[in-house]
Design a protein around this ligand. Structure first.
Ligand SMILES: NC(=O)c1ccc[n+]([C@@H]2O[C@H](COP(=O)([O-])OP(=O)(O)OC[C@H]3O[C@@H](n4cnc5c(N)ncnc54)[C@H](O)[C@@H]3O)[C@@H](O)[C@H]2O)c1
Length: 358
């Protein structure tokens, strides 16, 4: 088992990582200070790993509350149903929630914990690669409302995160690819030790337990270090948005259909690398390396047909923009991000247009 300590102003916690991390932990001890435990579990994970999940819930001494997967269920109305249920079941301010699933369940259960009775404790047990390297770390929790994704939320740090890599054996390759996009991002914005691992493997060979564990360890440690420096996303944490300004705009222009989040981020990273290159920051060699790395993990050269002007309009709505100017995370070189850089709309338009035409 490996431990990563996340140090934040709101308190420290451990990420425990390993092939059978859950077996080696004293879950009863983790829950003994709480009066009740509720495990919010992804329905799919429950179906695929029923025995493991039943045992986890029994060892925590808690009941299972299945949650339907899908972004559409990570919403405020659904959360209200859970609040009513928790109240009926007798959950108090001294109760503990355990979220078992991908980022959807993690964000949702974390939001329920942040809001119920002004905040109760949460433990995350992430079951997707993306959740292990990204969404379970940093305390950002949210639900969607009709007007937009992740609009209602909070910063609510967990008691701990337990990343047991056995869950990843049942993950479809498309979900491994989604997680790899965030890992590539962590490599490009600073965790250079990930580069040789990523260069050595493919979407298939990277799934070997030992390789996966090393990859998650480096990627999760990197995210933990960044969020530890900047819990509330005021400054340095902004580097984690590399590839996401263009990526989110593409996803949102396509109404979250047609492309996965990982693909959107991959094309976002390519576009933002090209903007960096054209602004004189990034070398041709580094830009080429980024393209090769993404191709290695089967990210297609270009997205399905899109309207560059429409995507640019979506970028203008990004929460990170300041007073109407477009801001992006750019790269000076691989491993050296520049954040909060103002970019010309005309340059972004050109880069998007070229990406669509390639
Ligand atoms: N809070 C943050 O900082 C943060 C960061 C990034 C993303 N997010 C959020 O995370 C969510 C995306 O997370 P995700 O990519 O994990 O998606 P997800 O939770 O939708 O999971 C992806 C799919 O994998 C399935 N699944 C989960 N575990 C499985 C397993 N072990 N075996 C087989 N199938 C499994 C799920 O049922 C689902 O169909 C989005 O809602 C996004 O907004 C949050």
């Amino acid at each position: 088992m490996r431990y990563i300590t996340v140090r934040t102003r709101d308190g420290d916690y451990d990420i425990v990582l390993g092939r059978r991390a859950l077996d080696d932990m004293d879950l009863a001890q983790l829950s003994e200070q709480f009066d009740m435990v509720g495990c919010i579990v992804s329905e799919r994970v429950l179906a695929l790993h029923e025995d493991t999940v039943q045992k986890i819930a029994a060892r925590f001494g808690g009941k299972i509350y299945p949650m339907r997967d899908g972004e559409e269920n990570k919403n405020y109305l659904h959360a209200e149903r859970f609040f009513n249920l928790f109240l009926k079941e007798g959950f108090t301010r001294k109760s503990l929630l355990v979220g078992i699933g991908g980022g959807v369940v993690g964000d949702f259960s974390g939001f329920c914990a942040a809001a119920y009775m002004r905040g109760i404790a949460i433990i995350h047990i992430p079951t997707t690669l993306l959740a292990m390297v990204d969404s379970s770390i940093g305390g950002k929790v949210a639900v969607n409302i009709h007007a937009g994704k992740n609009i209602v939320g909070a910063f609510h740090q967990p008691q701990s995160v337990i990343a047991d890599t056995r869950f990843l054996h049942s993950l479809p390759v498309s979900e491994i690819q989604n997680g790899i996009a965030e890992t590539i991002k962590h490599a490009l914005i600073g965790e250079l030790r990930l580069i040789p691992i990523l260069n050595r493997h493919t979407l298939t060979s990277i799934r070997e337990d030992e390789v996966m564990e090393e990859l998650i360890f480096l990627s999760a440690s990197f995210k933990a270090a960044v969020v530890g420096q900047d819990v509330r996303e005021a400054e340095i944490r902004a580097i984690l948005n590399y590839g996401h300004t263009v990526g989110h705009a593409l996803e949102s222009w396509m109404h979250y259909k047609e492309i996965s989040h990982g693909e959107a981020v991959a094309w976002g990273m390519k576009a933002e690398a090209e903007i960096s290159r054209r602004m004189g920051f990034l070398s041709d060699t580094d830009a080429k390396h980024i393209h090769e790395l993404l191709a290695r993990y089967n990210f297609a050269e270009k997205p399905p047909a899109f309207d560059p002007a429409g995507v640019l309009e979506h970028m203008k709505f990004d929460k990170k923009n300041i007073k109407g100017s477009l801001r992006c995370v750019l790269l000076k070189k691989i491993g050296e991000p520049l954040y909060n850089i103002e970019v010309e709309a005309s340059l972004v338009f050109e880069v998007l247009k070229n990406m669509g035409e390639q």
